[in-house]
Design a protein around this ligand. Structure first.
Ligand SMILES: Nc1ncnc2c1ncn2[C@@H]1O[C@H](COP(=O)(O)OP(=O)(O)OP(=O)(O)O)[C@@H](O)[C@H]1O
Length: 237
C-alpha cells in the first residue's frame, strides 16, 4: 500500500480563545473515499484549510502527499471550500473553460459528462441557477480534475436528497476506475453513508475515531447510530 496521503501530528490552531484544532493526530490512507464527520464548529474546515496550506498551524506537524502543504502540493489537490460561489455572469461552459486554462489536471471531457449526468446545461448562466445547480457546477470543477487528492467541504449542501443519491452513486462509479483519494466533510451522514471507505469522526478539534467504515459499522452499527453513540460519550459542546 502507498504512503498515507495526509499525516497530522498533534496539530493545533487557535483563533483568539477558540481552539479550532486541538492537537489532532491522524493518518489518512491513499486511494480511499474518506468522510470527515462531526458537528458544527468541530474543526473540519480548519483541517481542510491546513491541508491546503491556507491556514498555518500554531503547533504540530502536517505532511500532505509527503510534503509540507504549499504551492508544490496544491497543484495536486482539487479543493472545494465551504460556501464556494462561482462568477454569476459566467455560463457552465465558461466555468469549465476557465478550469481547463487554470486548474492543473482539469479534464474537459470528464466535466462535460459530469454535467450531462448531473443535469446541468452548458449554456446556463450561474446567476440563473438554483443553489443546488450551482453546487453541482462547483462539485464538477473539482471532480473533473485528474489529481491525486480531492477535498470537498460540504459539497452536497443545497443539493436535494434524491439528486444527492444519484450524484453519489455516479461519483462512486467514476472513482472505481481512478486512483484518487477524496476527503469529504458532511453533516448529512444518513444520506452519504454508502460513500465512505474510511471515516474520521471529529469533535472539539480532535479526531475521536478514525478507521475503515466497515470496522466502524461492525463496532457500532450504522453511521447514524455511531454518530449518536460517539458524540453522546464525548459530549458535544
Ligand atoms: N477565521 C476564523 N476566525 C475566527 N474563528 C474561526 C475562524 N475559522 C474557524 N474559526 C472557529 O474555529 C472553530 C472551528 O471552525 P471550522 O469552520 O473549522 O468548523 P467546522 O467543523 O468546519 O464547522 P461547520 O460544520 O459549521 O462548517 C469554530 O469555533 C469557528 O468559529
Amino acid at each position: 500500500m502507498s504512503e498515507p496521503i495526509v499525516v497530522c501530528k498533534q496539530l493545533s490552531k487557535q483563533y483568539g480563545d477558540k481552539k479550532a484544532l486541538s492537537g489532532i493526530s491522524l493518518s489518512v490512507p491513499a486511494g480511499k473515499i474518506v468522510g470527515v464527520l462531526g458537528p458544527n464548529g468541530c474543526g473540519k474546515s480548519t483541517l481542510f484549510r491546513t491541508i491546503t496550506g491556507l491556514v498555518q498551524p500554531d503547533q504540530g506537524e502536517i505532511r500532505v502527499l509527503g510534503q509540507t502543504p504549499g504551492w508544490r502540493t496544491n497543484k495536486d489537490i482539487a479543493y472545494l471550500p465551504d460556501r464556494a460561489r462561482w462568477y454569476p455572469f459566467h455560463t457552465t461552459l465558461k466555468a469549465f473553460e476557465w478550469g481547463q486554462s487554470f486548474l492543473p489536471g482539469f479534464d474537459m471531457a470528464a466535466a462535460r459528462s459530469f454535467a450531462e449526468f448531473m443535469d446541468i446545461e452548458l449554456d446556463m448562466r450561474i446567476s440563473g441557477m438554483s443553489r443546488g445547480q450551482e453546487a453541482r457546477v462547483m462539485l464538477i470543477l473539482c471532480m473533473a480534475r485528474k489529481v491525486p487528492l480531492i477535498i470537498l467541504d460540504e459539497p452536497f449542501a443545497g443539493i436535494d436528497v434524491i439528486s444527492r443519491e444519484a450524484i453519489i452513486s455516479g461519483i462512486i462509479d467514476y472513482l472505481e476506475e481512478r486512483e484518487q483519494s477524496i476527503l469529504i466533510s458532511t453533516h448529512d451522514i444518513q444520506e452519504v453513508e454508502g460513500l465512505f471507505d474510511y471515516t474520521i469522526m471529529m469533535n472539539k478539534g480532535q479526531a475521536i475515531w478514525t478507521g475503515d467504515t466497515e470496522d466502524l459499522r461492525a463496532e457500532y452499527g450504522s453511521l447514524h447510530h455511531v454518530f449518536r453513540t460517539l458524540y453522546k460519550k464525548e459530549g458535544i459542546r
